[in-house]
Design a binder for this molecule. Structure first.
Ligand code: R1P
Ligand code: URA
Length: 318
């Protein structure tokens, strides 16, 4: 293979009983293994037993959002917080590294991933290894985030039905051995339908939900066609042309992790979805201008949607 070649691999091995089975033959040959960035002890039998019941992994940018979700799930579904139930606020598994935070409530693990695809890829590798070590099965991964809307106003919650990345291709571009590596991005249409059908599950709050394509960008500024970065190599007309092209390609939101999340989950055969709430309509402006209060209200919408989805599974006895 030449140094310039781009590799596309889709050699994921399906596991018929739903158990997490990672397609890495080297793992079973390692003398010692650890989860370097999340520090959940891989060889502690009590911890693994605890994690073996995990059915949902929820991820999102900030530790605060994931902690709020864990607390909401604990409250509304009457789930037990781990690891130390006696300390209401101290149930963070990854506290020693300060890279990521993980909060476990019952069968749900809520983990933050920081900003961008490299950051989410690192934590997902380790979460997937944890799920395999614990013997988990039938796990669903859901990213809950914020995004820019293409013609959508703040407060609209978008469920991703397809992803485009730079070059307007449906691939997650990463690298291996110094060579570019393209992984296919796959959406689970059934999961998208299941989640979107939860929008009106609670009479008090009808969530405004839109199913559509997401553009996954490498950064917040030039990759998203903003004019307000520290430098900018294109004109206002170029920006308008880019945003119009997104809209005519069926894109309704822009964020920064969806391609990696959906491609990596597909690679290890875990069903996954991406739910992001719009905080700025990019057809009107670049800079989100919500007050802190509005922001926290709006940021709660994907949490509410995912809570309703998980609740439904509980009521079905899953
Ligand atoms: O709100 P989160 O989950 O961080 O998601 C979005 O917000 C960040 C940029 O501000 C990027 O990570 C983007 O994907
Ligand atoms: O415009 C936006 C808003 C949130 N997150 C993004 O990546 N882009």
């Amino acid at each position: 293979m030449s140094e310039k070649s781009t590799v596309t691999t889709d050699n994921n091995s399906a596991c018929t009983d739903g158990c997490v089975k990672l397609p890495n033959p080297h793992l079973s040959t390692l003398d010692h293994d650890a989860l370097f960035h999340i520090q959940v002890p891989l060889h502690d039998t009590d911890t693994l037993k605890d994690f073996s019941k995990i059915k949902f992994v929820c991820i999102g940018g900030t530790p605060g959002r994931m902690k709020l979700l864990a607390q909401k799930l604990a409250r509304e579904l009457n789930l037990t917080k781990c690891q130390d139930n006696s300390k209401e606020d101290n149930f963070d598994y990854a506290f020693t590294t300060e890279r990521y935070s993980g909060f476990k409530v019952g069968p749900v693990f809520c983990v933050n991933h920081g900003i961008g695809q490299p950051s989410v890829a690192v934590v997902l590798h380790e979460v997937f290894k944890l799920l395999q070590a614990a013997g988990c099965s039938n796990v669903t991964l859901i990213r809950i985030g914020t995004c820019g809307g293409i013609g959508l106003e703040p407060g609209t919650t978008v469920i991703t039905s397809g992803v485009l990345t730079a070059g307007f291709k449906e691939v997650y571009v990463t690298s291996a051995l110094g060579r570019p590596l393209e992984l296919p991005v796959k959406v689970d249409p059934e999961l998208v339908r299941e989640i979107s059908s939860c929008a009106s599950d609670n009479g008090n709050l009808d969530l405004k939900v839109k199913v559509g394509k997401t553009f996954c960008a490498e950064d917040f500024y030039q990759s998203q066609g903003r004019l307000d970065g520290s430098f900018c190599d294109y004109s206002k007309e170029d920006q308008i042309c880019f945003l119009n092209k997104l809209q005519s390609s069926g894109v309704c939101n822009i964020e920064m992790e969806s391609a990696a999340v959906l491609a990596l989950a597909h690679k290890v055969q875990i069903r996954a979805a991406v739910i992001c709430v719009v905080i700025v309509n990019r057809l009107k402006c670049d800079l989100p201008s919500l007050t802190a209060e509005e922001m926290s209200q709006i940021e709660s919408y994907p949490l509410e949607l995912v809570t309703r989805y998980i609740k439904r599974h509980f009521s079905k006895g899953d």
